[in-house]
Design a protein around this ligand. Structure first.
Ligand code: TXA
Ligand code: MG
Length: 355
């Protein structure tokens, strides 16, 4: 991938340092790198984030360059505690206060009107900023040690699945960033729930670990952006710029197949060829392994949380195995399953066949 910032030598990071989240001296070192304007990948409870000083536009420019991220896709700013939000926003409405009390620290991102302290590059020129107080102890320790708000998108090359291990980060970004803080595998496995409070009615822009029902219980009202389950129309403006990109995608072409296991098998027998990959639930592996294709499972059928946790590792494994086409048995979109379904739909470019 071309990366002018990297190729011009400005990102002079020959090898990414692998630091350990359980070592206080490594946290202190990572914090010093961040204060010096460098990029550090950090574990969060959702996925690994690629962090830089959110108040330093050139450090933030480094994030866009290292990921190859389009400049119109804004970043989430992470802070150690809810009170650190105040200087970054124009208003902190009561609804935000209630969400913060209920769900922070945790996998919820809140969008609010931004203050002039937030550089335009962070919010891609929008008048709003996305904010999150992560729960992962290493992210919290790093935020406290750095003493800075940290802009951090997922620590993958733009468009590829988010990383849930330090090895995933290194596979995408080694040579482009100063360090990765290894905190083991992430617990939630899908990116945070994103809700905007910068419009008349609160709106869910991205499903994640905090469920719509839980948000509604706190907010009273919540709309769900149509972009959660359907592709944007050509003339539609994205409420969240990330929605217009084909995200989270393996290199293989993915198709979702919705229906019973027997209908799934009938479809594969008619359409799939040896060399195509199959993505299914754990319980279906034995039946599907009768066919001539490699089978990957992403968790038990009834356990959406386990599916979320394993999803990106399986999407990455499909690419490692070199499969060109993947047929995936669609999971149930209940609870955190809505986030799993949303990520798969986007990985599939919204190609879903009802059997
Ligand atoms: O769990 C997470 O949210 C992870 C960890 C590292 O915190 N971060 C993450 O960041 O997933 P990223 O950049 O991969 O996704 C952020 C999403 C994008 O779809 C972006 O368009 C949207 O949030 N976003 C950020 N700022 C926004 C804003 N001001 N208005 C609307 N959408 C915004
Ligand atoms: Mg991302």
């Amino acid at each position: 991938m071309t990366n002018p910032w990297f190729e011009s030598g400005m990102a002079d990071e020959p090898r990414c340092k692998r630091l350990r989240a359980d070592r206080p001296e490594d946290i202190a070192y990572a914090a010093s790198l961040l204060r010096a304007g460098k990029l550090v990948a950090m574990p969060t409870e959702t996925v690994y984030g690629l962090a830089a000083n959110a108040l330093d536009p050139s450090a933030v420019a480094g994030i866009f360059a290292a990921k190859g991220r389009p400049a119109d896709n804004p970043l989430i700013v992470h802070v150690a505690a809810p009170e650190d939000i105040q200087p970054l926003v124009r208003v902190f409405p009561p609804a935000a206060q209630r969400l913060a009390e209920a769900f922070w620290p945790g996998p919820l991102t809140i969008i609010l009107p931004k203050s002039s302290q937030v550089p335009a590059i962070v919010s891609a020129g929008l008048g709003t900023v996305a904010l999150r107080v992560p729960a992962h102890p290493a992210a919290r320790a790093l935020l406290r040690a750095a003493g800075l708000p940290l802009a951090a998108p997922s620590a993958n090359l733009s468009g590829s699945p988010s990383p849930t291990t330090a090895a995933h980060v290194l596979a995408d970004l080694d040579g482009r960033i100063a360090a990765v803080l290894d905190g083991g595998a992430c617990g939630v496995g899908v990116e945070s729930t994103v809700v905007t409070l910068a419009q008349a009615t609160p709106c869910l822009l991205r499903p994640g670990g905090i469920l719509p029902e839980a948000l509604r219980a706190v907010l009273g009202e919540l709309t769900i952006s149509p972009a959660v389950t359907s592709a944007l129309q050509a003339d539609e403006t994205a409420q969240s710029p990330g929605m217009k990109y084909k995200h989270y995608a393996p290199k293989a072409e993915l198709t979702l197949l919705t229906g019973s296991l027997s209908a799934f098998i009938d479809y594969l027998n008619a359409q799939a060829e040896g060399g195509d990959g199959i993505l299914c639930f754990d319980e279906e592996v034995a039946a599907l392994e009768q066919g001539p294709w490699p089978v990957f499972s992403f968790g038990p059928q009834g356990n959406a949380a386990a599916q979320a946790q394993q999803l990106v590792a399986r999407l990455r494994a499909l690419d490692t195995a070199g499969v060109q086409r993947v047929f995936c048995h669609t999971p149930c979109a209940q609870g955190i399953g809505l986030a799993v379904y949303n990520r798969l739909l986007r990985a599939a470019g919204f190609r879903e066949i009802i059997l």
